[in-house]
Write a protein that binds this ligand. Structure first.
Ligand SMILES: [Zn+2]
Length: 106
């Protein structure tokens, strides 16, 4: 899986980094650092698990940037599960602006 180097959530660009040994001492496969705007993912994960963990951290980012700074872990769990499948099963390129800023008309 080719992860992006950065991903924009709201107005904020989060850098995405694979870290070897992130889960060495605890069962942590990913984490998000809101202050330094970094999403860290365990480098040893297979692609399906990586997608799941990445979507979970994106759900944290989405909730945080939407103003839910004190959201519960369960919210990120639930939103992350839907987000993973939504991002996998759809092509969102139609949402992008066309050249010159014109909204795509499909
Ligand atoms: Zn979490």
């Amino acid at each position: 899986m080719n992860l992006p180097k950065t991903i924009r959530v709201g107005a904020i660009d989060y850098s995405v980094e694979k870290i070897g040994g992130l889960s060495a001492n605890e069962s942590m496969w990913g984490r998000i650092l809101y202050g330094s705007t970094v999403i860290e993912l365990e480098g040893a994960l297979n692609d399906t698990k990586l997608r799941d963990v990445f979507a979970h951290e994106l759900a944290h980012a989405l909730l945080f940037e939407a103003g839910y700074e004190d959201h519960e872990e369960e919210q990120a769990n639930r939103v992350g599960k839907v987000l993973a499948m939504m991002l996998r099963d759809n092509d969102f390129s139609f949402m992008r602006d066309k050249e010159g800023g014109e909204w795509a008309k499909n």
